[in-house]
Each structure stands twice: as structure tokens, then as C-alpha cells.
Write a protein that binds this ligand. Structure first.
Ligand code: AMP
Ligand code: MN
Ligand code: MN
Length: 316
């Protein structure tokens, strides 16, 4: 049986399903949760979406249809099936991880992270898929879900953002985008909402952050680093902070770009990008994970310490 058929087979008999995206969600996580919840409801199931954190996620993600219904929670109700989407490892489900770990036998994992070892009973992991929503598009065809405009908007959100606005991916991403566009979605509006909107405060934060960029030698690699501390990020939106890494993705004469974002004093999220180095390996070594060109992890300490620890790992 193909992985898609196996995933469909575990979904079909389930009546009540919880759909879980990763913490600090991006548009692929929220798009995947919302598309899956809507598709499952179309199949007559009782479905709801969850994120395992208590603080709200980035405002611009609320433009994705159904995002306002996603429940922030540290527990799941009794369900027949848990489906995680875009979660590269169990701990990416945040405060739901323990609960899901206990119910692994009733968990379906749908994901595209290269570092995902599989933590469910069925693991639909397609490492060369551009986005988790790309995998869902194929799964919905197997389940005979009708991809309406609402579902298409959700799927397009993940495809658009996980391909950096169609900068990388296979020819199939364009075929999929065309299929979604034929439902009548407004791609200009979706791009504005997810990639191009921002406040004056956001722009000022970005300006200050960019002026701090530094380049370090780590072994044979040259690493561009932006440190965005808690004070700097206080005035800006979460989406503006997440967008910083795009500026250091491929700076001249560097082969790795990193942004350290201090979400609470002393607690940092590092975002790693590269066109030539496997940053998922670096992130895994630092306790995180991700894809070959884009990965991340969490670190504690002051700015100098977290930067030094990363450079030591990269130089190894
Ligand atoms: P980010 O830099 O947060 O945009 O993350 C880049 C990629 O790495 C995304 O696909 C994330 O899902 C993944 N990632 C980020 N942080 C972690 C982490 N702590 N553990 C595993 N994967 C992560
Ligand atoms: Mn994601
Ligand atoms: Mn993704």
C-alpha cells in the first residue's frame, strides 16, 4: 500500500479527529491545519485544529480561512485519531507533545522535514515535497475531498511561503499552484497578507536589525548573523521577526545566514538558512531540526553565548 493509501486508511474509520500544527506556527502549519480540518469536515468528521502553545501566533496568519478557530491548548480531547501536520518532531507539538506521545498508536504524521524520523502509527513523510500543504493536496485527491476555494486558499498559503514565493521547488509546485488558482483564490491578496504587509514599527525594527548584521568565519564557512534581542523585537510583529532571515539567506561571500530572535529574556530561537550547507544537520546537533536549506533550534544564554555556540558547531 502506498503511504498515501495508508494515511487514507487510518483516516476513513475515524469519526473524531484532532489536527495539530507546530508551535510558533508559520503559514504552512496553519494552512495545513485549516485545510485538513475543512477537508475532514467535508468527509463528515468531527474535526478541530490545535496548536500546543498559550501565546497567540502571528496576526497575519489569521488571514488564512479557519485560522481564527484554531485552538491554543495544552491538552487534546478524546479523539479517534490525532493528525500532526508540518511537525518535524514530536517536540514541535509543544505542550501537546506528552499527550500525543502517549497516543502514538492513534497518530498520523503528515510532514516534509528531512529530519523527521516519524513519531506516529502512520507517517506520511514526503521529504521532497515543497510544503506540507502539497502533500495534503495529493492526500485529499485520494480521499476524494473536493478542493474548494476555502481549502485552496489554505493549501496555497503553505505552498507560497515554504517555497519563498516560488523561488525554489520542483515543476510540480507550479502545476499545483495552477490547480489551486483555478478555484478562484486571490493570489495577490494572499501574497500581500502573508509576505508583504507590515507596519511602520515593523519597518523600523527591520532597519535596526539589518544594521547589526555581522559576518564570522567558522571553520571553512562564512556565517552572516543578525541578533534580534528582546527589546528590539518588542515593538514589532512576529511575522516581521520571522522575515528577517530572508535578508541573510544568500549574502555575498557567506554560505550560511542565521537570525537569533530573543522571544523572552535569555531564550532564543535561531533560524538557519543556506544554499550550500545542510543546515538541518547543524540544527539537529543544536537540538532542533528542519530542512536541508532551512532549519532552526532553541537556545538559552546571552547573545554572545548563543552566537559562539553556533559558530563552534558550524566550524566543527
Ligand atoms: P524557522 O527558521 O523557524 O523558519 O524554521 C526553519 C525550518 O526548521 C522550519 O521548517 C521549521 O519547522 C524547522 N524548525 C525550526 N525550529 C525547529 C526546532 N526547534 N526543531 C525542529 N525543527 C525546527
Ligand atoms: Mn512550518
Ligand atoms: Mn513546512
Amino acid at each position: 500500500m502506498s503511504l498515501y493509501a495508508e494515511a487514507a486508511a487510518i483516516i476513513r474509520p475515524a469519526r473524531k479527529i484532532a489536527v495539530v500544527g507546530h508551535i510558533r506556527p508559520d503559514a504552512d502549519a496553519i494552512g495545513s491545519v485549516c485545510a485538513t480540518v475543512t477537508a475532514l469536515r467535508q468527509l463528515g468528521k468531527d474535526a478541530a485544529g490545535y496548536i500546543g502553545q498559550s501565546h497567540p501566533f502571528a496576526d497575519n496568519l489569521l488571514s488564512i480561512p479557519g485560522a481564527d478557530e484554531v485552538i491554543l491548548s495544552d491538552e487534546l480531547p478524546e479523539v479517534d485519531l490525532i493528525t500532526t501536520v508540518d511537525c518535524g518532531a514530536l517536540d514541535r507539538t509543544g505542550s501537546l507533545a506528552e499527550d500525543i506521545g502517549r497516543r502514538a498508536g492513534a497518530t498520523l504524521v503528515i510532514d516534509h522535514h528531512s529530519s523527521n524520523a516519524g513519531f506516529g502509527a502512520v507517517n506520511l513523510i514526503v521529504r521532497d515535497a515543497e510544503s506540507t500543504t502539497t502533500i495534503l493536496g495529493r492526500l485529499f485527491d485520494v480521499l476524494e475531498v473536493q478542493i474548494d476555494r476555502h481549502i485552496a486558499h489554505c493549501l496555497y498559503a503553505g505552498l507560497l511561503t515554504d517555497t519563498g514565493g516560488f523561488r525554489w521547488g520542483s515543476a510540480a509546485m507550479h502545476t499545483f499552484a495552477a490547480q489551486l488558482m483555478r478555484t478562484g483564490i486571490d493570489i495577490r491578496e494572499i501574497s500581500t497578507d502573508l509576505l508583504d504587509s507590515g507596519s511602520v514599527a515593523d519597518l523600523r525594527m527591520i532597519g535596526q536589525a539589518l544594521s547589526r548584521v555581522a559576518v564570522y568565519q567558522a571553520g571553512e564557512h562564512r556565517v552572516a548573523v543578525i541578533v534580534a534581542d528582546h527589546d528590539l523585537l518588542a515593538s514589532a510583529s512576529l511575522s516581521a521577526a520571522e522575515g528577517l532571515v530572508d535578508f541573510v539567506r544568500s549574502l555575498d561571500n557567506t554560505d550560511l545566514g542565521v537570525v537569533f530572535k530573543e522571544s523572552a529574556p535569555g531564550l532564543w530561537h535561531a533560524s538557519l538558512r543556506s544554499n550550500s550547507v545542510d543546515v538541518s544537520r547543524v540544527a539537529v546537533a543544536m537540538g532542533g531540526g528542519g530542512h536541508i536549506p532551512a532549519a532552526g533550534y532553541t537556545a538559552c544564554g546571552n547573545a554572545d553565548e548563543v552566537v559562539a555556540a553556533l559558530l563552534a558547531q558550524v566550524g566543527r
